[in-house]
Design a protein around this ligand. Sequence first.
Ligand code: PLP
Length: 465
Amino acid sequence: MNMITNHMPTAELQALDAAHHMHPFTDGAELAAKGVRIITKASGVTLTDSEGYEILDAMAGLWCVNIGYGRDELSDVAARQMKQLPYYNTFFQTSHVPAIALSARLAELAPGDLNHVFYAGSGSEANDTNMRLVRHYWAAKGKPDKKVIISRHNAYHGSTMAGASLGGMTPMHEQGGLPIPDVVHIGQPHWYAEGGDMSPEEFGLLRARELEAKIAELGEDKVAAFIAEPVQGAGGVVIPPSTYWPEIQRICDAHEILLIADEVICGFGRTGNWFGSQTFGIRPDIMTIAKGLSSGYVPIGGSIVCDEVANVVANAGDFNHGYTYSGHPVAAAVALENLRILEEEKIVDHVNDVAGPYLAEKWGQLADHPLVGEAKSVGLMATIALTPDKSSRANFASEAGMIGLRCRERCFANQLVMRHVGDRMIIAPPLVIKPAEIDTLVERAARSLDETYASIKSDGLLKAA
Ligand SMILES: *Cc1c(COP(=O)(O)O)cnc(C)c1O
């Protein structure tokens, strides 16, 4: 069999990478100086790099390898589908069995009357679709002025022009002239960072009501949709106060605003239900999906759309939108097999009944660490806030993210992939993680915290802003 193997010494691979490969979300010069880490294989929850070093991947790649690495069923299905029909499009009144079967399956799995799927190659593309879809929908209903999309600061909805505009990441907006017109942002329900002396419940209501105020300011006849992640992922695993989502739902219902739940991370078991919307009692009109849909084995994303929106769009002539790879047969077949494994192996129940509660208990104990201001989780996504002063939830005096980066580097050295968002540390391990592996994860995290604490103390960085 022809495989792309580790055919060169690591240093040579690093030199080629530095010379020819532009990395996403990376300081290129810094990386070239340091040398990239090269991952060569993976199995279950464990990665192996080009030096043979094994690392527990507590981020499931980029929040996507829900069923874990190394499932031959998916590669077998991909090979079979490539032989049968490697490609055909879904434009111009054609279809194929994988896209049909996956659409029917997703309609069964998705809550309520979310029964129609429009495919994309990624989560970003799916959110581009959503933006055009909701505007087209309102125009078809005779309300072409209803086109503003309201999102939130520190949201992540992808990296295309529309995706990054919908997102609320300032460093992304600063490059390339974003956001594009008619996308506006309100505050995020991030109690730990922004809630001050309010209770989380009070703060959740306050932030939800910013949506109502924004709708009033713009005029109900100008607003097409509100988009949000059930739990902000890339923003730092921001688990909203219990009061937040019910109030958002009430406001969307009261003002005829479509609700788009970006389920790219929360979907397919992450929060202990098939979708984050079920965990938080959200009734979206559209859900964005990607990542866990194929467990990252092949790129695929999409929008699951409710009956009303799909029917209006279906009866409004051509929808002049689509991607060459919308519903790609190999990607659809792999996604379908991934869903079969999630279901037959009861992996969502495993998150809800076993791994989620176990992680909550063990992870929660990290809150006792002197460097930790809070330790929270929902299902298998979790966060800790690093702080120099637990009682006041203070930030560090040093540049934001510097301590988080140090901690991430300690994690790497301790064979653990944990990501940092500013000075928060986050995890989202494969959903198949076993309790014994959670023990290892939390042990390595605790050791990394100890080492970070010792190092910043000796460097005089344990100072509040
Ligand atoms: C990752 C992500 C996206 C973007 O998906 P891509 O496949 O990277 O384009 C969109 N929304 C959320 C919530 C995400 O986490």
